[in-house]
Design a protein around this ligand. Structure first.
Ligand SMILES: *[C@@H]1O[C@H](CO)[C@@H](O)[C@H](O)[C@H]1NC(C)=O
Ligand SMILES: *[C@@H]1O[C@H](CO)[C@@H](O)[C@H](O)[C@H]1NC(C)=O
Ligand SMILES: *[C@@H]1O[C@H](CO)[C@@H](O)[C@H](O)[C@H]1NC(C)=O
Ligand SMILES: *[C@@H]1O[C@H](CO)[C@@H](O)[C@H](O)[C@H]1NC(C)=O
Length: 269
């Protein structure tokens, strides 16, 4: 019995490192020449370079290192790690972490935040995702939506240190980085430090956001769960579930009742 345990203990890691689960849809391809390292950070040594458009198999393990997801991959029959923002999924053309493309602040022309912005920690991950609407006109191109996001930021910075939302979504189907996954936003009185606020550009009192915006919203929420940016038992709610407001608009609020993780009582599901 003891012998068997010793054998298993010795064999399991070996078995794992020599036979990672790989298949074609676990493929990830380099968007530029990128270093493959022995561990999940730039302080680990380089074991080789994956050249632009060359592909590797992922093992399915990711590690977050200061906001960058590192993907575990099989490189020339060895396990290695690559910063996932240099990799693309050849089937979807998108990110390999299952996240939608997120337009960074630098691309939509954000102003620098003023003053101190507080962060979530691994002990205080958000347990709510709160949907909002901007109650403004809508936008359908990246140019229009970037302008709307800049307007939101300017409006919010009349009183706050930065745009209030963690993310903003347009009917161009894009997700715009607001405060991002790690910084605490300002969007829902009493809930900011326990929630992630997502604002959809437009007014959804009497119509729904288009399919592109709804898809992006669902994908962003799923990305948050899959990548550990929000607590595994997070609840999705609308702003009006916890505040006296019409936000996120009656039609959108009715729709999210049917979404998984929705719970109007804010009870963790
Ligand atoms: C790299 O840095 C991380 C912390 O950022 C540390 O845990 C790890 O041991 C370091 N690895 C090496 C090889 O220095
Ligand atoms: C990925 O794994 C599959 C199945 O094991 C294998 O056929 C394929 O050659 C691998 N691809 C790469 C780029 O290593
Ligand atoms: C939204 O997602 C569904 C299901 O994945 C897909 O069939 C549809 O084409 C997507 N629509 C848009 C506009 O991206
Ligand atoms: C679920 O959420 C509660 C807060 O509502 C938290 O205290 C608890 O640790 C969470 N559980 C898990 C497994 O994340």
């Amino acid at each position: 019995m003891i012998l068997l345990q010793i054998l298993l203990l010795n064999l399991l890691p070996l078995y794992y490192t020599s036979l990672p689960s790989t298949n074609a849809n676990k493929c990830a391809c380099a968007t530029d020449n990128v270093n493959v390292r022995t561990g999940s950070g730039t302080n680990y040594s380089v074991i080789g370079i994956l050249r632009t458009n060359q592909c590797v198999n992922k093992t399915g393990h990711f590690v977050d290192n200061v906001g960058t997801k590192w993907a575990s991959v099989v490189f020339k029959d060895k396990l290695g790690w690559i910063a996932s923002n240099w990799l693309t999924d050849p089937i979807t053309g998108g990110s390999i972490t299952g996240c939608p493309k997120i337009i960074p602040r630098s691309e939509w022309g954000a102003m620098e935040p003023r003053g101190i912005v507080r962060k979530f920690t691994s002990q205080t991950l958000p347990t709510f995702v709160i949907l909002h609407h901007g109650a403004t006109e809508s936008c359908h191109t990246e140019e229009e939506c970037s302008k709307m996001v800049r307007n939101y930021q300017r409006f919010h910075m009349n009183g706050w240190s930065d745009i209030g939302f963690n993310f903003v979504i347009g009917e161009d189907g894009n997700v715009y980085e607001g405060r991002g996954w790690q910084e605490i936003g300002v969007h829902t009185v009493g809930y900011n430090s326990v929630s992630l606020g997502i604002g959809i550009i437009g007014d959804f009192t009497s119509r729904l956001p288009n399919e592109a915006a709804l898809n992006a919203t669902k994908q962003l929420v799923k990305c948050g769960f899959d990548n550990g940016y929000i607590s595994p038992n997070s609840t999705l709610i609308g702003h009006r579930d916890v505040g006296s407001t019409a936000c996120p608009g009656t039609r959108l609020w009715e729709l999210i009742h049917s979404w998984s993780h929705y719970n109007e009582n804010g009870i963790v599901v």
